[in-house]
Design a protein around this ligand. Structure first.
Ligand code: NAP
Ligand code: MG
Length: 476
């Protein structure tokens, strides 16, 4: 398998202006396996100019049916290369191969969805009071910068690039330093599928080196970001200078609420993967569990038993459910939370330790008696750690559920329909599932309330977010 090692700019592979490199470490083996070119500020300028040229000289005005056909061609390429994309994802972040295959398929599906959306998306005509004729246009913005994280590198790259391209923009994709390979592959395959030079470019490079240049470049009209709250806040500050459009997806501390009237046995068996999937490095991880007291003991017993059965290990094996954490630093950060819990006398029902093998592995960890003031309860851990607490009444529980600066996702388990709907309305989050842990649907909007973010990915909401709304009035 050929590993991409250079920037994908203006329709081809390019070396970085400053000669910097990113060394990639396989988190399952701790071995360095490739060096990839890392962009400098000069590369940002060149990419933005190429993108602007591509936008003005054709992409902006391309007939919708042609854009639709091109995005379908990209999706076909991604499907043809699904296995290769999955293997690259496994290599650079240690994603279990079965999940990596699903996510490669999801990326292709996202391109199919937005290919179809191109010809069904437009403005309205409006009956304004003056008479005459009033209509709205959805106009492309120009150059969009998409800054993506390392936890779901390929699908998130696709769910930013595809709607932005479908809406008529050109995209500069900046992958995380830990995970540039699948983004580069996307750039290459999209070009092979027929996207003109400059329409989709991929610039690996350190966020601290090129982030500001990308975010503040006057020709970049929109920044779409997924990652930490800290970087999101900085992007928002920089964007305020020229009122740049932004969308931010910043993680969460999502609840998983189980009522006694639910099929709580099923909830207990399925809930471990709602927090431990992707080794907990998931902004939707249900990391705070609220279980009604009358079933608490039985629930916890089943939950822990199901957790112990999870297969942690070599991400190359089909049966592996949890791979390593993405880096030594990420594991140390998670262990910092666990040390804090230990000092405070928190009960560990399982996990909390490194297995003997090489790689940045950590056993999935179940905590009891975590106080609402503690770090493990309040902060996003981004690792395989859950805290479970009992509750007695719905109103108090909901206050605790909403007592967090985050509001991304969550689940509620009950067989009482009115309760399910009442709780679904009351939880302050952008996404919620009832008797399920599913959060991401290509067709539906995804994003957060409060400090979990701004704007929405996926669904038609994402297309709206990559356009300006113009109103045109024609007098009689
Ligand atoms: P991060 O720093 O926010 O990284 C996300 C993306 O932003 C990466 O592409 C990163 O590039 C880039 N970036 C970093 N500094 C930037 C800057 N000044 N301007 C523009 N872009 C910049 O996240 P992280 O440090 O990898 O992870 C830290 C924590 O963030 C995690 O532990 C987790 O809590 C949270 N997180 C959340 C999500 C989510 O899905 N919401 C995803 C990842 C992380 P580099 O990789 O080159 O720094
Ligand atoms: Mg960072």
């Amino acid at each position: 398998m050929q590993l991409p090692e250079r920037l994908f700019v203006d329709g081809g592979w390019k070396d970085a202006a400053g000669g910097r490199r990113l060394s990639l470490v396989n988190p399952a083996t701790e071995e360095t396996f490739v060096d990839v070119a890392a962009a400098d500020v000069a590369d940002v300028g060149a990419a933005v100019e190429s993108a602007q040229r591509a936008w003005e000289s054709g992409w902006r005005d391309l007939a919708p049916a042609k854009r639709e056909a091109l995005l379908h061609a990209v999706a076909r390429k991604l499907r043809e290369h699904q296995e290769e994309i999955a293997q690259l994802e496994r290599l650079h972040i240690g994603k279990p191969i079965a999940d990596a295959r699903d996510e490669a398929g999801l990326g292709a599906r996202v391109f199919e969805f937005y290919a179809g959306a191109v010809t069904k998306f437009g403005g309205q005509t409006l009956p304004v009071g003056r008479g005459g004729f009033d209509f709205t246009l959805r106009q492309s913005m120009g150059v969009v910068a998409a800054i993506v994280p390392w936890n779901f590198p390929f699908p998130i790259a696709c769910w930013k690039a595809a709607p932005a391209l479908a809406a008529g923009n050109c995209v500069i994709l900046k992958p995380a330093s830990l995970s540039p390979l699948t983004a580069l592959k996307l750039g290459q395959l999209a070009h092979e599928a027929g996207l003109p030079p400059g329409v989709l470019q991929v610039l690996p490079g350190s966020g601290s080196t090129i982030g500001d240049a990308l975010v503040t470049h006057p020709l970049v009209r929109k920044v779409s970001f997924t990652g930490s709250t800290e970087v999101g806040r900085r992007i928002m500050e920089l964007a305020s200078r020229d009122i740049k459009r932004i969308s931010l997806e910043l993680g969460g501390k999502s609840p998983n609420i189980v009522f006694a009237d639910a099929d709580w046995q099923r909830a207990a068996e399925s809930s471990p993967m709602s927090v431990f999937a992707n080794t907990g490095q998931d902004c939707c991880a249900r990391s705070r569990m609220f279980v009604e007291r009358s079933v608490f003991e039985g629930f916890v017993e089943r939950f822990v038993a199901a957790t112990r059965k999870l297969i942690v290990g070599d991400p190359a094996k089909d049966e592996t459910q949890l791979g390593p954490l993405v880096s030594a630093g990420q594991r140390e950060s998670v262990e910092g939370f666990l040390n804090d819990a230990k000092v405070r006398g928190t009960r560990f029902l399982c996990g909390g330790v490194r297995p003997a093998s090489k790689g940045f592995f950590l056993e999935p960890t179940v905590l009891l008696d975590v106080k609402p003031t503690e770090r493990c309860w309040r902060e996003e851990i981004f690792g395989p750690v859950v805290a479970i607490t009992p509750f007695d009444d719905e109103a108090t529980m909901l206050r605790e559920v909403n007592d967090t600066p985050y509001g991304l996702s969550g689940s509620v388990w009950t067989s009482n329909l009115s309760r399910a709907l009442r709780v679904a309305r009351a939880v302050q989050s952008g996404v919620l599932s009832i008797n399920s842990h599913s959060s991401v649907h290509v067709e539906a909007p995804f994003g957060g309330f409060k400090q979990s973010g701004l704007g929405r990915d996926l669904g038609m909401a994402a297309m709206e977010g990559y356009t300006e709304l113009k109103n045109v009035y024609v007098g009689e």
